[in-house]
Design a protein around this ligand. Structure first.
Ligand code: ADP
Ligand code: ASP
Ligand code: MG
Length: 463
């Protein structure tokens, strides 16, 4: 068995779904278990519907629901055979009717809870997995749809639920292998349910996580993450196009990159796969012949110090200053207790004799945090900052990486440099306005020469 996960862009339209069907069909003998995301930007649209429902007017969210139905109906019709159209219409009617009732309920309550956000955002994967199932049948594959909410059991932390692994693995192992022996399995990513059956979700980008959980639960021989890029690239293509493909990367490096913003993989994805030593591949559904990126358990020998550059945008830096307190013991604990109390995770920390700077990526409760901090120190924030992170297992074995970073970034204000405890990254903070220049300079510095065993040069841009 292999797990094949297709992201939003890979199922964004009838044409994309047809490509997916062909890719899966070519691998039918490996007993694929297919995990799909919502079609295109559907999750964002569902969240917008939820927000519009509590804001009003009624016409506005009803129109958005109507548009979303039109989109699904239009694309699905092209991949579902004529004889199944009536069933498709019934399915869409039923689901969009429910969605409308839900939105109306929110409008009456005028309040959005994490639980109702999950209820609404689950429709994306419920619709896409049904449509993809129909499309697969149409292209001649024996296909079986499974509702992920019956298989993935989570805690009740709505919008960010964590799987309860023993129950989940037990259900997956009991249900999937016998069915996958006879049919291609299709299930929605991202969605799950608590033990009492209430719909939950695994966090944005969570379909990668579903794929990995399923892969671990059934002991898959491989997990394939199909997306819209050739694999893990040496730089985020939305900031610097033309990065090179990384052919092989270690689990540790991939986890670090995902954590520091490489959206191509959800940060939690690699864990269940590592535990069971299942290789993970990142592949391009538009160019299925490109070999992609292979994520492996062991360290990968590489002549380059750095494998890739990631960045985490929209970061807030919090500067805390106290001439009296810093050297006193317990000061840092007090600071972190405040962040903990307001459930605000801290990413990077730098200290000096009289001040502490740290970064957060969720400023939702920053005003409360600041108010508390100001009871014992001065505190202020800077918005629109970016954490840039160089990742590579060789960083710790290569002298002079920090010097090369500073040389390359001459003229750019760099702050809060830190070599993470894992020793496989160097990260630092720059202002958003300097981001592109910083990435360009670093990419030129670290990727002019490439170890051909590890990287595939992108000739298109660098010729
Ligand atoms: P999917 O919908 O398939 O899950 P995502 O949008 O979540 O796709 O992830 C793929 C995107 O990740 C790419 O289109 C690319 O813009 C972004 N990305 C960020 N950093 C990297 C990187 N280092 N290598 C490849 N892609 C990256
Ligand atoms: N559809 C969900 C999202 O957009 C999950 C995913 O695509 O991975 O976040
Ligand atoms: Mg994704």
């Amino acid at each position: 068995m292999i797990v094949m996960k297709f992201g939003g862009t890979s199922v964004e339209s009838a044409a994309a779904i047809a490509r997916v069907a062909a890719i899966v069909k070519a691998r039918e003998d490996r007993h694929p278990v297919v995990v799909v995301s919502a079609m295109g930007k559907t999750t964002n649209k569902l969240l917008a519907i939820a927000a519009a429902a509590i804001k009003g007017p009624r016409e506005e969210y009803l129109r958005q629901i109507h548009d979303l139905r039109d989109f699904h109906s239009r694309e699905a019709r092209q991949v579902v055979p004529l004889e199944d159209r009536a069933a498709l219409d019934r399915f869409l009617d039923e689901h969009f009717q429910e969605l409308t009732e839900l939105a109306k309920g929110l409008a009456v309550l005028g309040e959005l809870t994490p639980r109702s956000i999950d209820a609404i955002s689950s429709y994306g994967e419920r619709l896409s997995s049904f449509i993809v199932t129909q499309a697969f049948r149409h292209s001649g594959m024996e296909t079986r749809h499974l509702d992920s909410r019956d298989l993935i059991v989570t805690d009740k932390r709505h919008t960010q639920a964590a799987p309860l692994f023993p129950q989940t693995y037990a259900r997956l192992a009991a249900t999937i292998p016998p069915l996958a022996a006879k049919s291609v399995i299709v299930m929605g990513g991202f969605i799950a349910a608590s033990e009492d059956g209430v719909t939950t979700t695994l966090g944005r980008g969570g379909s990668d996580f579903t794929a990995s959980i399923v892969g671990a639960g059934i002991g898959a021989e491989e997990i394939q993450i199909w997306t819209d890029v050739d694999g893990m690239l040496t730089a985020d293509p939305t900031i610097l196009p033309g990065g090179h493909r990384v052919k092989t990367i270690s689990f540790a490096e991939a986890a670090e990159l995902a954590y520091f913003g490489a959206k191509v993989l959800h940060p939690a994805t690699v864990l269940p796969a590592i535990e069971k030593s299942i290789p993970v591949l990142i592949l391009n559904s538009r160019r299925p012949d490109v070999p992609g990126t292979r994520i492996v358990a062991e360290r990968v020998h590489c002549e380059n110090a750095v494998k890739s550059i990631a960045c985490k945008r929209k970061i807030t830096v919090v500067n805390i200053h106290s001439t009296r307190m810093l050297m006193a013991h317990g000061f840092l604990r007090r600071i972190f207790e405040v962040f903990d109390r307001f459930e605000t995770p801290v990413d990077m920390v730098a200290t000096s004799e009289v001040s502490v700077s740290l970064t957060i990526d969720n400023p939702a409760r920053i005003e409360e945090v600041l108010a508390e901090l100001r009871q014992f120190a001065e505190a202020e924030t800077e918005r629109d900052q970016v954490i840039v992170c160089l990742v590579g297992e060789n960083i710790r074995y290569t002298p002079g990486v920090a010097r090369r970073v500073f040389n390359a970034l001459e003229g750019i204000n760099v702050r809060m440099i830190s070599q993470g405890g894992s020793l496989l990254n160097i990260s630092f903070v720059v202002a958003e306005k300097d981001l592109r220049a910083a990435i360009e300079a670093l990419h030129a510095e670290f990727f002019s020469e490439l170890d051909p065993a590890v990287f595939e040069r992108n000739e298109a841009v660098h010729a």
